[in-house]
Design a protein. Structure first.
Length: 132
């Protein structure tokens, strides 16, 4: 069984979570992506967030949130995605860039607009009383 290893940044405001939609896609995903060879979690997450949203994550503020796993979208049955999530402060203005067409703030009732692994993350955040 294959597992796709990804990192994601969780940013919550007023009970809603920041999500992004790539060009040509219909589902929303938490911002982040895959590591490149030799990158630490922070280096990869910082690079991906900078590429996708034109902001800089502050290294000293980054905290581990959790690891979540589910069937990967657009892949054969049995291919899983494992997302290691972090939270942290950023500088700059959130602005979609590169492959990102749209950024949105989603509430718990919007989870049907996201991927299977994001459903799990939404449920977990709801249980923590952080997502409304």
């Amino acid at each position: 069984m294959k597992t796709i290893d990804k990192l994601a940044w969780i940013e919550i405001r007023d009970g809603k979570i920041l999500s992004t939609r790539s060009k040509g896609r219909t589902k929303y995903y938490l911002p982040g992506g895959k590591r490149e060879a030799g990158e630490t979690d922070f280096q990869a997450l910082h690079r991906e967030i900078q590429e996708e949203l034109s902001i800089n994550l502050l290294a000293e503020s980054i905290t581990f949130t959790g690891i979540f796993e589910a069937q990967a979208d657009s892949h054969p049955e049995g291919v899983l995605v494992k997302i290691t999530c972090y939270e942290g402060v950023y500088t700059g203005t959130l602005c979609p860039a590169n492959e990102i067409e749209e950024k949105v703030w989603l509430g718990y009732n919007d989870k049907h607009l996201t991927s299977a692994v994001d459903h799990i993350i939404f449920d977990w955040l709801k249980e923590q009383n952080r997502l409304h």
